[in-house]
Design a protein around this ligand. Structure first.
Ligand code: HEM
Ligand code: HEM
Length: 223
């Protein structure tokens, strides 16, 4: 069956993804180095917070392929998708496949926890999140522990994610990375992909996400 080139990932989703990768790597590196770089760690954390809120909103009113309702599927469909993994041919989904859909949710949940706990974290030295003063030292220490542990979970998910992309490339001969870079996938039929090209809605969504982060941290960015 012939395939057609279809625009599936809008510019905003692609920017969300690759910025997220850069900011997570930067957050990890700056936290590992510690000291004066913690200032930049928090900066990366706020950036990730903005991205996550943006993605949550974009999953509700964004482009077709970005919508949660397009890729969140029930257990029966997920099990079928798992069984179909053995079939050696591209899957041709307009958006994430039913397994990947839940991986997106898992990523967003872990990132929300990572962001939220960071706000109350402390390093027993000079660095503390902007909401540290709102909790006791004991609670802050516990949240700092969650911040560390949750990052390990995030790392495991990232490794699984990258291995899955590699699996699709080698086993299913599907160029998912190319699609996340260019926005285009080869699909069996056009499937009426509705991508929003407008500027106003995504820009307003971005501003809303920035405003929410500002309100959450009470404009105390500790920068
Ligand atoms: C810090 C590391 C990473 C994180 C946190 C991450 C997270 C995510 C998230 C949340 C999505 C869903 C996109 C959306 O719908 O908004 C996604 C999709 C995707 N990611 Fe990553 N990613 C990471 C690294 C990578 C790397 C290194 C690659 C390239 C090898 C990659 C390739 C992709 C591709 C191709 C998709 C689309 C998958 C599909 O078609 O269903 N990611 N990633
Ligand atoms: C959302 C993305 C974030 C990621 C991926 C992340 C990642 C990390 C990691 C890996 C560490 C541990 C470093 C180590 O083991 O030495 C850490 C520590 C820390 N993070 Fe974050 N963080 C994020 C957000 C935040 C935010 C928003 C804040 C506050 C504004 C914050 C404040 C801190 C503090 C104060 C520590 C020091 C804790 C300690 O040394 O025990 N983080 N973060």
């Amino acid at each position: 069956m012939s395939s057609e080139k279809v625009y599936v990932w809008d510019l905003w989703i692609r920017c969300f993804h690759w910025l997220l990768v850069v900011l997570i790597l930067s957050a990890w590196w700056t936290a590992r180095e510690g000291g004066l770089l913690m200032k930049y760690h928090m900066f990366c954390g706020y950036g990730i917070g903005i991205l996550v809120f943006f993605r949550l909103f974009w999953g509700v009113w964004g482009s077709q392929s970005a919508k949660f309702s397009e890729f969140i599927r029930g257990p029966r469909i997920v099990v079928r998708a798992i069984l179909e993994l053995k079939i050696r041919q591209p899957e041709h989904y307009l958006t994430h496949n039913p397994i990947g859909g839940w991986v997106v949710i898992a990523f967003l949940l872990l990132l929300v926890v990572q962001f939220a706990t960071g706000l109350f974290a402390n390093d027993d030295l000079f660095n503390e999140g902007p909401l540290y003063a709102n909790v006791t030292k004991l609670t802050s220490d516990w949240l700092t522990w969650v911040h560390h542990t949750n990052f390990n979970n995030l790392t495991v998910l990232i490794i699984i994610h990258v291995l899955a992309i590699f699996f699709y490339r080698v086993w299913k001969r599907e160029h998912l990375v190319g699609a996340m870079l260019s926005g285009y996938k080869y699909l069996r039929d056009k499937n009426a992909s509705k991508i929003r090209h407008g500027f106003f809605l995504p820009f307003a969504t971005l501003l809303l996400s920035i405003a929410i982060i500002c309100v959450i941290v009470n404009f105390r960015f500790n920068l």
